[in-house]
Design a protein around this ligand. Structure first.
Ligand SMILES: [Zn+2]
Length: 140
């Protein structure tokens, strides 16, 4: 066993690079009272009961699946990657409110890069696009 015997961690077989860590997950219960107002029983959150009914013994797997789905969705919507080395948990993810990485100079979108250009740089940029469009026309 890993740690003390109460940790609930599964043993780490030699060579395995993953293990499970136990978190306590609280589920709300609602009291049932009799006519005198005394508590005679407790009922689990109906959503949790239905969730277990739906997914059976897979309910924890489904919680983990939902977590991955939520994180992926949030990352796609609110985060972008710059060209820095991916190090640590945040790696090279930047929040969309940060339009430019000050370390590597990457921009969230091309529009943000253009917005930061001087008038001269913008002229050069659009001239380049115009020239490329001419070339593309000539090829056809
Ligand atoms: Zn960067």
């Amino acid at each position: 066993m890993v740690g003390n015997h109460k940790s609930g961690r599964k043993p780490n077989p030699e060579g395995s690079l993953e293990r499970s860590k136990k978190y306590t997950f609280y589920v709300k219960e609602y009291a049932t009272t009799n006519s005198s107002g005394n508590i005679i029983g407790w009922t689990e959150d109906p959503y949790f009961q239905w969730f277990k009914r739906h997914h059976g013994s897979n309910w924890q797997k489904m919680v983990r699946a939902y977590m991955r789905w939520d994180v992926e969705r949030w990352k796609k919507k609110s985060w972008w990657r710059c060209k820095c080395e991916p190090i640590g948990i945040l790696q090279n993810w930047k929040h969309v409110q940060q339009r430019k990485c000050l370390a590597c100079g990457s921009y969230y979108r091309n529009a943000d890069r253009i917005a930061d250009m001087t008038i001269l740089e913008k002229q050069e940029y659009y001239d380049g696009i115009r020239e490329q469009m001419k070339k593309d026309k000539d090829v056809r």
